[in-house]
Ligand binder design. Structure first.
Ligand code: THG
Length: 266
């Protein structure tokens, strides 16, 4: 099954940041209810935008988000100390977002993950920066899986993020992401792939059109999770239709359900 990580609880979003500053719990609870109804399987929680407030904002958000939904959370921070605090507050087995091969982050995250029950997003990032080729991405993914398996993590709990980069920066970035996903899903069979889908359209107009079409292409290459907006019914229609076309929807039941609900229509 495709894993939809709902991206909307993120303090880089103006309305969310205003709600966090005002400690408007109703706004946050309503938003996560809508994400769940839209088809989210995890709710991403990112409180990183207000410098100096991440710990307090994250604590408040985790409490309020879990009042609005029984979905598991995707704990989104580059700071291992924040992730440890967040892990201690969740009611359900979470996804931890993220570990990478950057030395400081890797060295702090490995002992934290050792023996913990969780899903993990592993970024194909190291101290030399963003990956520059498909081989770069696949090498980093392979190292991350090797290391995570050494501490007993199962491939089914590992979500590799190839780091999707904008088309506006390099017109090969879409091909790089697609090829990397295909290679990872083949050579590291059993892991999942995920990533911030909307990174692809950064700097271009009509971003939703780009994101939607890119999701279909990525799914054709084995992409089986995305950090995305489950309130965008058009992108969710692409997702459910592609799942059906890939044979992941027996008797097209879920597709037909989407049509009957009015969420899939021409
Ligand atoms: N990989 C991993 N985690 C991630 C990302 C990733 N977490 C953060 C981010 N990238 C994914 N989350 C979001 C959340 C919201 C939006 C995009 C990505 C979003 N952006 C709109 C935009 O960019 O135009 C609106 C911005 C606004 O309203 O200000 O909605 O890649 N592992």
């Amino acid at each position: 099954m495709f894993t939809v990580i709902g991206e909307r609880i993120n303090t880089t979003l103006k309305k969310v940041q205003a709600a966090v500053i005002a400690r408007d719990a109703d706004y946050i609870r309503e938003d996560v209810k809508k994400q769940q109804a839209g088809g989210a399987t995890y709710i991403d929680v990112n409180a990183g935008a207000r410098i100096g407030h991440e710990e307090a904002d994250m604590k408040w958000l985790l409490k309020v988000v879990q009042e609005g939904t029984d979905l598991p959370l995707c704990l989104d921070s580059p700071d291992p100390a924040i992730l440890e605090m967040a892990y201690s507050m969740v009611n359900k087995t979470p996804m931890v977002n993220s570990i990478s091969l950057e030395k400081d982050r890797f060295d702090a995250m490995m002992p934290f993950l050792d023996g913990k029950e969780c899903k993990i997003i592993a970024l194909c990032m190291d101290d030399s920066g963003m990956p520059k080729s498909v081989a770069d991405i696949v090498d980093r993914a392979t190292k991350l899986v090797e290391e995570l398996e050494k501490i007993g993590m199962k491939r089914d709990d590992i979500f590799i993020d190839p780091l999707i980069q904008p088309m506006s920066v390099d017109s090969n970035n879409g091909n790089v992401a697609m090829e990397a996903v295909q290679t990872i899903m083949t050579d590291l069979a059993g892991v999942h792939t995920t990533g911030g889908l909307s990174n692809i359209s950064y700097g271009l107009p009509q971003r939703k059109i780009i994101n939607r079409n890119f999701l279909g292409l990525m799914m054709a290459h084995g992409f089986d999770s995305a950090i995305m907006d489950p309130l965008d019914t058009d992108i969710m229609a692409v997702l459910n239709t592609c799942e059906m076309l890939k044979g992941n929807d027996s008797f097209c039941m879920n597709y037909l359900k989407g049509v009957r609900a009015g969420n899939i229509k021409a």
